[in-house]
Design a protein around this ligand. Structure first.
Ligand code: 2HA
Ligand code: ZN
Length: 265
């Protein structure tokens, strides 16, 4: 892995490669769609380069490193060889700037969003070090139905279509209305949502997933996508599904000790 082969970054580079493969197979990350990042808490001794100001202050990331997919990189290429497509960056001690350390030198347009979201994760859910953004058609299609304009309505309707979905996503999904791709406002609104949600649906755009690894984030996307697929299959058959009763879902969560994570009404 050349100069990315440092500290604990080798398994992380393999995670990028493995998940990029699955994103490509799923058809979720068309063209250069989607991006991924992992936070590295272990200090690296790679020489720092020129620091570049960040448009957002990220004090909880100060001195930490982020491994990030490059702008315009394709999942089907990352799946073959991630070396040239992922870059390693360090956040300055002030939490106000970053510098390139190794690998790809042109980070995803969503870098400010990833920084803002990682900052919130580091503060509120430090075990969650991975962020994955991609464009699953089943999920984007939901945003075109007028009744699905917030996370609560989507969670109630869609996550009630499979008996174990809420066990993976007890809090339901978060939602951000359409914002300019790559914009800081999209990142800041998502950062607010990840305080309570592992997944955030970006209206008309795609989904953002967080987890303790890229695989974990991908698991959660699979669960949400499966439920949406069930919804669209039933709609295609002319059926408007009512879903599993809320009491039954709560009973299931209670049996697995997860009921306290279900939103109180
Ligand atoms: O990086 O998907 O949202 C390509 C994107 C931006
Ligand atoms: Zn996108």
């Amino acid at each position: 892995m050349s100069n990315l082969d440092v500290d604990n970054s080798v398994p992380f580079a393999e995670q990028f490669q493995n998940i990029a493969h699955w994103l490509a197979i799923k058809g979720w990350s068309e063209a250069a769609g989607g991006n991924m990042s992992i936070r590295l808490d272990t200090p690296t001794d790679i020489s720092e380069t020129t620091f570049i100001p960040l448009p957002v202050s990220v004090p909880y990331l100060a001195g930490k490193a982020l491994m990030v997919t490059g702008s315009g990189t394709r999942c089907r290429d990352i799946a073959t060889d991630p070396t040239s497509d992922i870059g390693l960056y360090k956040i300055g001690a002030s939490g106000e700037d970053y510098c390139w350390l190794a690998g790809n030198q042109k980070p995803t347009m969503e870098l400010p969003a990833h920084c803002a979201i990682h900052n919130t994760l580091a503060e509120h859910r430090p075990e969650d070090i991975a962020i994955l953004h991609t464009h699953p058609a089943n999920l984007i299609a939901l945003c075109h139905l007028p009744e699905f304009i917030d996370g609560t309505s989507i969670s109630k309707r869609i996550l009630s279509l499979q008996s174990e979905a809420r066990l993976h996503l007890p809090e339901g999904i978060g939602f951000v209305e359409h914002e300019l791709p790559g914009s800081l406002v999209l990142g800041l609104k998502s950062a607010e949502q990840v305080k309570k949600h592992q997944l955030v649906l970006w209206q008309y755009h795609g989904c953002l997933a967080t987890g303790n690894s890229l695989s974990h984030a991908f698991d959660l996307l699979e669960v949400f996508d499966k439920c949406a697929e069930i919804f669209w299959k039933l709609q295609a058959a002319g059926i408007d599904p009512k879903g599993i009763a809320e009491d039954t879902i709560k009973e299931t969560l209670k049996s697995f000790g997860q009921l306290d994570r279900y939103p109180k009404q």
